[in-house]
Design a protein around this ligand. Sequence first.
Ligand code: FAD
Length: 491
Amino acid sequence: MKFKKDYDLVCVGGGIMSATLALISKLLKPDLNILIVERLDKVAKESSAAWNNAGTGHSALCELNYCPEDENGNVVITKAIEICKQFEVTKGFWSYLSEKGYLKHPADFIKPVPHHSWVTGEKNTNYLEKRYHAFKKHYMFDTIEFTKEISKMKEWFPLIMHDRTSDEIMAASRIERGTEVNYGALTEILFDILDKEFNTPVHCNIEVLDVDPTPDIDWTVELKDRITKKKYQLESEHVFIGAGGGSLLLLQKVEIEEKEGYGGFPISGEWLVCKNEAIIKQHHAKVYSKAGIGDPPMSTPHLDTRFINGKRELLFGPFAGFSPKFLKEGSNFDLAKSIKFDNIPAMFGAFWHNLPLTSYLVKQVSMSHEDRMDALRKFVKDAKSEDWEILVAGQRVQIIKRDEFEGGKLQFGTEVVSSKDGSITCLLGASPGASTATHVMLEVVEKAFPELIHSEKGKQLMKKIVPLWNTAITKELFLEQLEKSKKALQL
Ligand SMILES: Cc1cc2nc3c(=O)[nH]c(=O)nc-3n(C[C@H](O)[C@H](O)[C@H](O)COP(=O)(O)OP(=O)(O)OC[C@H]3O[C@@H](n4cnc5c(N)ncnc54)[C@H](O)[C@@H]3O)c2cc1C
């Protein structure tokens, strides 16, 4: 038998979230007994894989959905500040790992790529200018540049500006310190550190089938070896369900009242990926525009430089697809299996109040290659169909939650669901995603191991590991940490 009988923590899933949680927990208490299991033959094959997400270090430098306008037409940047902070918390952790020598070559997973917002038409141009002024006043964003000049935009992103004439109304902003992250490579590196430095390897081809409470507040975890078909049972004091899209189905099997009312709706993503080296070389930027009216936030179109397997790439999207699977390598029955007596009202309410989303999905699913190319041509006017091919990205399972007024609500963020005592935790949802892994996993550590993280020793250690976490952030502290991570991560 390759497993012990008892563990302090079982992490379900070999993605960025489990990797981050297990490593922070080990740093806090090296003798914690942690088991990590992954149902596939390798880690980081689902959402955390490089091609399955956009690789944006989401820090609100370019994503306009974090800066809505209020009823008086003012651009509100509160959400942007929060997202920016969460990414810097995450970067702080990576910097610590680099400074300690655990993370040897940061360029293997993170690279500086400037973040731009780009809009067309007078209304959007006015909006972007107002956002620029709001950003300029805040120390997190005051390095922002703004222009309405075609010539300046030509310098910033020449591929998009090719063949543009001065009568086209458009504007753009740029923040130099944006990042491009290969979350797949990072996940592999974090698991490698866990294996080599903390004797905590990931067990692949092992699927968690069920998690049940035992009378003495531990959890019994039922596992299946997908190769030998052998089943195992073991006990753990804590369980983290970090199964990505698979988390909801597993949570529904756990006997805790906190799971009630949750449902999920899967939306798959697709990219147009450029095959022409000459075109790829013409773009070095992440350029985010505005989502269509009524379209969901994750539909925001963007043209992104990527670095994957040592090669520079170019992708455009996302396009939404529909599949009833909750994981890319999941089952066609996932959605049907997730509908339970307790979440029917929430599912129905969310569906009824999101009819525009349904019509968006129907339109997206019925797009041909040429329709997608036409969407790309709003960015790259002379894009040729033969230079681009479609690639299927990861599955996002959007959270559906009970709502007093509407029966159910569709939520686009992430949420940690846990038992009252924090002994079992589960992460639902997928946005802003991997960028906030450290921030979200610290929420899990607080619930699961409050005695570790809030002890005097824990607090001292956390100050070193993630200096921006749980503290009042001042301009001086923020800028100091920004400089530190720039150096540590070679940005
Ligand atoms: C189209 C798209 C674009 C995105 N773009 C970005 C972006 O630009 N920036 C960003 O920060 N985030 C982005 N994200 C979100 C980001 O990819 C995810 O939030 C993140 O990868 C989730 O990591 P995870 O560890 O929770 O899940 P995953 O990486 O999916 O890992 C979960 C693992 O659990 C395993 N598993 C499932 N069930 C079981 C079981 N029962 N037993 C054992 N193992 C199991 C799965 O096989 C999988 O390997 C994007 C996502 C998508 C889909």
